[in-house]
Structure formats: structure tokens, C-alpha cells
Design a protein around this ligand. Structure first.
Ligand code: NDP
Ligand code: X2W
Length: 344
């Protein structure tokens, strides 16, 4: 059995990790840490898991984590993991970080959008955990920078098409909508019930810090700089993310070629479900690690519309982190992630 610990277990991504790892047949969940709720039984913070998880959330202690675990998930706000991860790695642990601290290879790009990086020497060692795309590198990694939820939903439909040079990378527009759990558990004015109920709005228009994360990966895959117009929206649902992307196929590229490229790239990848022209629906992926992808060629304008749906807390965070752990440890990629979706 693999012994796993979660740092920040009281947060939404941390709690989702607890749910998934408590049901993982190859994992023993041995340590949970949190800050304000330290000393509390986990099932008092999240009563839904009563009967499944009987651990107490301890205060953070690196020595104890090293004694009790083999792999640690850090589900903390950006800026904190970079202060803890060097020590965890030095103690021989494998680390999967859900924040942005280890998602960038270039410290200058991180620093332009976040804050000074205090562990920049680890950025070349960290692997970007977009599981279906970077599985080979993930297999040999001891530090994963788990992708953001928006980047997961944008990159999975686009990366194969950019890699195969089938689309015009000078026209890339992504319009994404997220459930409110994407903002975390902390109360705020922007996520207050009265601010989001029966409301639907764009935010951080053309200024969201996931844009440089997506551009860095697309540029790496394309071998040249790629830019994206990205606009996130907040929708009044608890979990789920739908993304619609507008681009143009290269001259002579048909919809059949687009479909074949996606099918070839994702053949045998259990969590990618290609839906053809049928628009993906957040309800169909709720609670699962699936990314459903649809595609449609607008014959009138010649533009290609790509659509994706994920659960922001699962494929967008905790589920992909568990998938990455499976790959790192040589376990079947789908282990612990096979619960069937609720059909309604
Ligand atoms: N929510 C989502 O859909 C996604 C989240 N992520 C990333 O996952 C990480 C966690 O996000 P999420 O779960 O949403 O956030 P939450 O705010 O829900 O949880 C944050 C966790 O970190 C703890 N924490 C906060 N500040 C400190 C501190 N100073 N010292 C120690 N612990 C602290 C919190 O405990 P306490 O409350 O006691 O402070 C809590 O356990 C973030 O980096 C986020 O960007 C990535 C993809 C999707
Ligand atoms: C709805 C909402 O507020 N979403 C968050 C994205 C959360 C996430 O996945 O991103 P990081 O891990 O990069 O913070 C936001 O827009 O900042």
C-alpha cells in the first residue's frame, strides 16, 4: 500500500483528495493537515465522509509527514507550497502540488503573474501534470505541478491539434465558465450567495493568471510563441466547468481530420470522452475525472468550435492529481478514479 498525506485537507481541493484517496484500493490515507481546524476530526469538517475517514487533521509537521507517508499532496494557496516543498523532497517524499507554484518552467513568467519564487531551482525538476499529454515525464518525476482547472479544460482539446499543426494558432479564443467551488472554501464578497445566485458574469477579462500557464504549454507544444484570448466566467453552480474555444482550421483541414487527430491522440485514454458535435455537459462529468470534448465546424464562417466539460474539483484538481500519482507510482492510471458518473 502507498501511504498518502494531504496538506490543506480542509480546503475544497484537499477534501476532494480525501474522498478519492479514501476509496483508492492501493492507497492508505495516513496523514491530513490543516491550519484553522487543526485537531479536528476530518469528518467533523466534512460530515459527508463520516464512516469512511476517521483521521484527525493535524497541524503541519514535515518530520511527521516524512515518517507517515510516501507521497504528499499539497492543496494550499499559491506561495505557500514553494516554502514547504523543498524540505518534503529532501526528506525523500514524492510531492504533487495543486497550486501554481511548480507549473511554470520559467521563473520570470511565474514572477510576472504571481510573486517572487523562493524555490525556482525546482522548476526544471517539476513536471507539468497534464496527465494525458505528459505521462512519460510524469512517470519519472518526484514533483508534479498539477495544472489549473481552466488550463486543463482548454489544453486537452487544443494540444493535439496544435501539435499536429491543424489549426491557426493566430486565432485562439477560449471562453470558460466555472462553478463557484473553483474559488475555494473561504468566504468572500464575490462568491457570497447573493453575488452568485441567478448571476452569470465574466471576470478578470483578458487578465486571468491562467492565461500565461496555458500559453506556456501551447508554445512548448507548438515550438513557437502562441497567444490566447481567455475570458473566465462564474456560474451559479457548485462544481463544474464548461469551456468553448473558437479557432480556424488550417487551409484544407476538414472536420474529419480534426476528429481523427483527437481520436488518435486520446485512443486508450479512459478519461477523455470524444462527443463529436454533441455539446459536452458539466452534469455528465460531475464527480468524475472525465474530460468530455465536442467539436463543430461552422460551415458559414469556416471556424472550428471546440467544447470541453470537466469537474473543476476532479479532473481540474484532485482527480488529475490522483491520476498523476498513479502514473508516478506505476499503478494503473484509472485506479481509484473509476466511480461511475451519476446519470442525472
Ligand atoms: N478549487 C478548485 O477548483 C481548484 C483549486 N486548485 C488549487 O488548489 C489549491 C487549494 O485550493 P482550494 O482547495 O480551492 O482552496 P481552499 O481555500 O478551499 O483551501 C485552502 C487550504 O489551504 C489551507 N491554508 C490556507 N492558508 C494557509 C496558511 N497560511 N497556512 C496553512 N494552510 C493554509 C486552508 O486551511 P485554513 O482554512 O485552515 O486556512 C485550506 O485547507 C490552490 O492552490 C488552488 O489554486 C487548483 C485547481 C482547481
Ligand atoms: C471560480 C474561480 O474563482 N476560479 C479560480 C480558479 C481556481 C484554480 O483552479 O486555479 P489555481 O489553482 O490556479 O488558483 C480563479 O479564477 O482564480
Amino acid at each position: 500500500m502507498v501511504r498518502a498525506g494531504i496538506v490543506g485537507a480542509s480546503g475544497y481541493a484537499g477534501a476532494e483528495l480525501v474522498r478519492l484517496l479514501a476509496g483508492h484500493p492501493e492507497v492508505e490515507l495516513t496523514a491530513l493537515t490543516c491550519r484553522q481546524d487543526a485537531g479536528e476530526p476530518f469528518d467533523r469538517i466534512y460530515p459527508a465522509l463520516t464512516g469512511w475517514v476517521d483521521l484527525v487533521c493535524d497541524a503541519y509537521d514535515a518530520g511527521r509527514l516524512a515518517d507517515q507517508t510516501d507521497v504528499v499532496f499539497t492543496a494550499l494557496p499559491h506561495q505557500l507550497p514553494m516554502t514547504l516543498v523543498p524540505d518534503l523532497l529532501a526528506r525523500g517524499l514524492k510531492v504533487i502540488d495543486l497550486s501554481a507554484d511548480f507549473r511554470f518552467q520559467d521563473a520570470a513568467v511565474y514572477e510576472a503573474h504571481y510573486q517572487p519564487h523562493t524555490a525556482a531551482e525546482l522548476l526544471q525538476r517539476a513536471v507539468y501534470g497534464l496527465s494525458e499529454v505528459f505521462a512519460e515525464q510524469i512517470r519519472n518525476a518526484d514533483l508534479i505541478g498539477n495544472p489549473g482547472c481552466y488550463p486543463t479544460s482548454v489544453l486537452l482539446p487544443l494540444v493535439p491539434l496544435i501539435e499536429a499543426d491543424l489549426i491557426d494558432t493566430d486565432l485562439l479564443i477560449a471562453d470558460a465558465k466555472s462553478g463557484v467551488s473553483g474559488a475555494g472554501r473561504g468566504a468572500s464578497l464575490g462568491t457570497h450567495y447573493c453575488s452568485v445566485n441567478e448571476s452569470f458574469k465574466a471576470y478578470k477579462v483578458a487578465g486571468h493568471r491562467h492565461t500565461p500557464e496555458m500559453e506556456a504549454i501551447m508554445s512548448r507544444v507548438a515550438g513557437r510563441p502562441v497567444q490566447l484570448n481567455f475570458v473566465p466566467h462564474l456560474v451559479p453552480m457548485t462544481r463544474g466547468m464548461e469551456t468553448t474555444i473558437y479557432t480556424r482550421p488550417r487551409e484544407g483541414v476538414t472536420l474529419e481530420r480534426i476528429a481523427a487527430c483527437l481520436a488518435d491522440s486520446y485512443r486508450g485514454k479512459s478519461f477523455i470522452r470524444l462527443r463529436g458535435a454533441q455539446p459536452p455537459d458539466t452534469l455528465h462529468v460531475r464527480g468524475t475525472n472525465c474530460c468530455d470534448i465536442g467539436y463543430h465546424l461552422d460551415g458559414r464562417t469556416g471556424r472550428l468550435v471546440l467544447m470541453s466539460a470537466i469537474d473543476n474539483l476532479v479532473k481540474g484538481a484532485a482527480g488529475q492529481a490522483v491520476q498523476n500519482m498513479n502514473i508516478m507510482l506505476g499503478l494503473p492510471e484509472t485506479e481509484g478514479l473509476q466511480a461511475l458518473p451519476c446519470p442525472l
